[in-house]
Design a binder for this molecule. Structure first.
Ligand SMILES: [Fe+2]
Length: 141
């Protein structure tokens, strides 16, 4: 079983199919998955295939993408009367701190531990499965 498949099995709470939407019968993958989770997986797989390879720019790109996503989502939530906004913002803040710390250490050391990227993936999946699902339910209510 590939590292990717193992992660998919471990995070069975996050269903890729559920994260897709259909527009004109075309399957479009959730941007959180394609822009964040897939990027993390790609970096982890590169590091596992070639330990010590240079991924600083990829980690920095991931940090920028995540930051843009969090800012956009916070701005959107601020326009709503979402009852769990505070908890959502707090979790966004924790994610931001974790990824900023990872990115800073990566730039200083010029390397990153795949286990730390796995941790970032885990907190993102937990966020999507809990906080983002609550937001989706609120928007659909
Ligand atoms: Fe969120």
């Amino acid at each position: 079983m590939s590292a990717y498949a193992k992660r998919e099995k471990f995070y069975s709470g996050f269903d890729m199919e559920e994260s897709c939407i259909y527009v004109d019968n075309k399957k479009i993958q959730d941007s959180r998955y394609s822009n964040i989770i897939c990027k993390i997986d790609a970096i982890i797989d590169r590091l596992r295939d070639n330990p010590g390879c240079g991924v600083v720019s990829d980690v920095y790109d991931l940090f920028k993408t995540m930051t843009q996503h969090l800012i956009k989502e916070n701005t959107f939530i601020n326009m709503l009367d979402f009852p769990f906004a505070r908890q959502h913002f707090e979790n966004h803040s924790e994610i931001y701190s974790t990824v900023a710390d990872l990115c800073f250490k990566c730039i200083i050391k010029q390397m990153v531990d795949p286990a730390e990227l796995d941790n970032v993936r885990s907190i993102w999946v937990k966020h999507i499965c809990h906080h983002d699902r609550l937001l989706e339910k609120y928007l659909l209510s």
